[in-house]
Write a protein that binds this ligand. Structure first.
Ligand code: ADP
Length: 211
């Protein structure tokens, strides 16, 4: 977050003299309270300053960087995830390619009965099998997918920061969003999909000053 010259000046005054009233800050800068109001709103909404009635403004101790980091840790995967596009393990490679085109996704999630996670299949997994010269109408995706327990996942309550970190660390484009099945050792129910597109979209929204 870039602060304007005036906002920087306000921050300096509050750091030195806080708690301090809006009236006093305006005086120090030889401006009216009304002129300062939008800046004070931005500084308090962004979490850099805190305001308490009858006390005034004081420095929250946060930097613009730490405010952004806190935001990324507070937004949950569940808030930005997409619906999962799933196929069964017996689905042919041919049908998987068709599904990718129809659904306009780059990663399919392979599930067994009950929507339980079995694996994932990417564009390149499918391309690779077409090079092998096998009959893609007969070959099931189960043969070429990345299989559990090697699938990297996230849960709805995980932060978007953790999800982005996993996408980068494991060099994959998407993660199944899962919930552990109660009373079942190890099975994961697929409840969504989180891709690099979701992260890019959030990035744009944050950049527009929403969120
Ligand atoms: P592409 O292969 O089309 O570039 P990815 O980079 O997502 O797409 O996939 C690279 C490899 O990682 C593929 O073999 C794929 O099966 C596997 N993969 C994709 N997503 C995951 C995931 N969430 N967990 C584990 N492996 C994955």
């Amino acid at each position: 977050m870039e602060l304007s010259k005036r906002q920087e000046a306000i921050m300096e005054i509050v750091k030195k003299e806080g708690p301090i009233t809006g009236e006093q800050i305006a005086e120090r800068l030889s401006l009216t309270r009304a002129t300062l109001r939008p800046d004070m709103a931005i500084l308090t909404m962004s979490g850099l300053l805190e305001a308490r009635p009858r006390v005034g403004y004081y420095f929250s101790g946060k930097t613009p960087g730490s405010v952004l980091a806190e935001k990324l840790h507070n937004i949950k995967v569940g808030e930005i995830k997409s619906v999962p596009v799933v196929v069964p393990e017996q689905c042919s490679v041919y049908d998987a390619v068709v599904t990718m085109f129809i659904e306009d996704v780059g990663t399919l999630i392979v599930v067994r009965e009950g929507g339980l996670l079995e694996g994932v299949i990417s564009r390149k997994d499918l391309l690779k099998t077409t090079l092998g010269g096998q009959d893609i109408h007969k070959l099931p995706v189960g043969v070429v997918m990345t299989r559990m327990p090697n699938v990297i996942t996230v849960e709805p309550d995980d932060s978007v920061w953790l999800a982005a970190k996993r996408l980068i660390t494991h060099e994959v484009d998407a993660l199944p969003v899962v919930r552990p099945v109660r009373d079942d050792a190890g099975s994961l129910e697929v409840v969504g999909r989180l891709s690099k597109t979701n992260i890019a979209r959030l990035f744009v929204e944050l950049g527009e000053g929403g969120g």
